[in-house]
Structure formats: C-alpha cells, structure tokens
Design a binder for this molecule. Structure first.
Ligand code: SF4
Length: 409
C-alpha cells in the first residue's frame, strides 16, 4: 500500500511538472508572438500572487534567453498603501532583487488626497460597497498606473507592451473574454481593469497594448511557481515563497484566494489575512481583523448625512436617487481615525517586543492630512455638511419628486 502511494505521489509530481512546463511553454509562445513588435515593455505589478508570478517568470524567461529582451523594461509597482503586510514586505525584497539585476522599478502610489484612508477619513467619502468599477480600484490602482505610464511613454519612442497578471484559468482560452469583476474569488483586484482601461488612456492610444501571458494558468500553477520554482537558483532565487504562504502555501492550492487590500469592504471573508494570522510569526497582526468592521460601521446611517428632499442637479434635473445617504460625519471620521491608529499602535507595540516588522496603515503625512481635512470641514462634491444626519426622520420623496409627508412627525 505504502509502495503504491509513493508511486502515486511520484506520478502526481511528474504530471504537475509536465502541466507546469506546458503552461510556461504557452506563456513563452504568447510573449514571442506579441513581444517583438513592441520595443518597450512594462509590467503592472501589485505584489499579489498573479502579478508576482508573472513578473518573476518573465524575469526568468528573459535571463535564461528563452525570450528576447525588449529595448527597455519598466516594472511598475502599484503600492496602494493597503497591502497585507507580509505581501508588502515580500514586494520590498523582490524590488531589491530586481534592482540588483539593474531592472528599473517605479513605485506607483496615488496622490495623498486620493489614497484610501485619506479619501474616506479626510474627505468623508463612504467606503466602497458594490461590484462595479468602484472608486477605490480606479483611484488607488488604475488612475495612478495610467498616470505613471503616460509619463513613461512621454520619455520613450515606439510601442509599449504592458504586461499584466490577469489570469482566468483554462476557460479563458476557450471564451477569449477577460473577466472584469475584481470581487470575484481568485481574481486580483484591478488586474482585469488594467487590461481594459490602460490602452484607453489619454495619449496612450495606439502606442500601448496589453498582454496577459499567464491568462491560461491555473491557480495551483501559480502556487507551484511562487513556492517551489521561483525560489530555486535555477529560476532566479526569488523571495516569492512568502507570497504563497500568505495565502496558505501548499494548502492554498484549493483555496482560490482573492487578492486585495487589508479589510477590503468587498471581500466577504478575509481569507488571506486569516491565513497570515495562523502563522505564529505574523500572529501579532491579529488587531488588523478590526479594520473591516470599521468600514462596515461607517456605512451605517448614524455616521452619515442624507439629502433632505428633492435634489436638483447642475442642469436642473432631479437626482435619480432622492434622499440618498452621503458622506461620513466629521466626528465619525475622527472616531474611525483613532480606531485605525489604535490598531496600528497595538500591532507595532507587539512588533517592537517581538523584533518583528512594524506596519504603517496610516503614515504620519497621511494622518496629518486627514486631521487637516477634518479640521477645515471638508465634504465631497455636492455636499455642504448642513444636510441632516441620515437617521433623521424625513418626509418621503419619490423619484418623480412627489412628497409624502411623515405620518407620525
Ligand atoms: S481590494 Fe477592495 S478596497 Fe482594495 S481597491 Fe480593490 S475593491 Fe477597493
């Protein structure tokens, strides 16, 4: 029995290697088909599993001469400031490894006022809660990437190929359609949108194409590459094992983990965070569990304003959604700020005690800006701050403008 099992294991490992080799072969073919017609390549890298696998595999293929080098290669690291700490730390290491090879890494971050924490806590915009292209994905991922690319393109002549980590498994090859929803399990938030939105950017039109060379990869191949292949000297000695571990390593093979921000209000469960916390070395980050609850709470009516009646838009028409709930109250923003800072402090006290890495959920300049925006009473466009709190009983207003007064005022 034991003998059969061993034989079975060897067979499974062999089959896995064969599938990996086939997947990599297809990746090489796609890069050979589209690469040579573009003089410059960029890669949109978030530090998540799919784009990290794409990046390190690409480097291996270039270094081993399996694909031809472009004239220039720029790695664009999308630093949302919302990354899970072990992923942010792994990204730092990989950046060092890239710099050692002479690869140019550009760190792409949204301007201070547009960052997730500052936009919510400073400006008062509620945390995102739907599945369309939501403000956070656009604002902390897509827009900064577009901007960085526009700047880079201005310095370059010729065509640019932007490589993304979009991955959809085998079905993608069949239906040739890229899934845009980043709320989907297994998807890396933003990657699908990079694929769609980047080529449409101003000034990029016609000069920029996107390619997803891992489109056909299955998630088990991503883990296999990050955990067992990329760390080998033969494939480049990359610090990618931590990334796989953050999602559960070998055991994650069956967990189709979604990649995104800490406390992403759109993820039903924080699988990646929970997996990280099971590792004793990261258990000191347990207070991070509290972040998601803060975002959920801030969406509740007692923390928000509401339009009292019929809202006239700039063109005089009636807003489609009368009495809609709006921004977060100033005092609620302060309350949430203190709570996030307390979570950060709790993690960092433990970090100091244990000699582990500190985290910065809200950096000093971000905190300063949030306090400043609250102090001067900043409200999102279309709101003055004198609207009623959303829990105030109001006459009912219908979409056509008809009013039904409160029955029990
Ligand atoms: S992971 Fe969540 S919070 Fe982060 S950009 Fe995507 S949707 Fe927004």
């Amino acid at each position: 029995m034991a003998h059969h099992l061993r034989q079975g294991d060897i067979f499974a490992v062999g089959a896995q290697r064969l599938q990996m080799t086939e997947s990599i072969e297809l990746t090489i073919q796609s890069l050979q088909a589209y690469g040579p017609t573009h003089e410059h390549w960029g890669i949109a890298w978030s530090g998540g599993k799919d784009s990290s696998a794409t990046l390190t595999l690409l480097m291996y293929l270039l270094d081993s001469g399996k694909i031809q080098r472009p004239k220039s290669l720029t790695v664009f690291y999308a630093d949302t400031r919302q990354e899970l700490p072990p992923l942010a730390i792994a990204a730092r290491q990989i950046m060092d490894e890239l710099e050692e090879r002479g690869v140019h890494v550009e760190v792409v971050t949204a301007p201070l006022d547009k960052r997730f924490m500052v936009y919510i806590l400073g400006r008062g915009v509620p945390p995102p809660n739907n599945n369309t292209l939501r403000w956070c994905t656009r604002q902390i991922k897509i827009d900064p990437m577009q901007h960085a690319l526009e700047q880079r393109l201005a310095e370059l002549d010729g065509n640019v190929l932007m490589i993304t980590g979009v991955r959809q498994g085998e079905s993608a090859i069949r239906d040739k359609r890229i899934e845009m929803s980043c709320g989907k399990d297994g998807a890396e938030c933003g990657q699908g949108w990079y694929q769609k939105v980047l080529p449409e950017a101003k000034g990029l039109h016609g000069r920029l194409a996107t390619l997803a060379p891992l489109l056909h990869w299955r998630v088990c191949h991503v883990w296999e590459w990050l955990k067992h292949w990329a760390p080998e000297a033969e494939f480049g000695d990359w610090s990618t094992a931590t990334i796989a571990d953050a999602y559960g390593g070998d055991e994650a093979e069956e967990i189709n983990a979604r990649t995104g921000c800490i406390g992403c209000p759109l993820a039903s469960e924080e699988k990646a965070l929970e997996t990280v916390l099971q590792n004793p070395a990261w258990a000191y980050l347990t207070p991070l569990r509290g972040i998601k609850a803060i975002w959920r709470e801030l969406r509740e009516p007692q923390h928000r304003l509401r339009k009292a009646g019929i809202e006239r838009l700039k063109d005089g028409s009636i807003a489609a959604n009368p009495q809609r709930m709006g921004p977060i109250l100033l005092e609620s923003r302060l309350m949430a700020l203190e709570r996030v800072l307390a979570i950060q402090a709790e993690c960092n006290v433990a970090a100091e005690r244990l000699g582990r890495p500190r985290i910065d959920l809200i950096a000093a300049d971000e905190e300063g800006r949030i306090r400043e925006l609250i102090a001067v009473g900043t409200w999102p466009d279309g709101w003055d701050g004198d609207e009623p709190v959303a829990t105030t009983p109001l006459d009912k207003v219908f979409a056509d403008g008809a009013v039904q007064p409160l029955l029990f005022a």
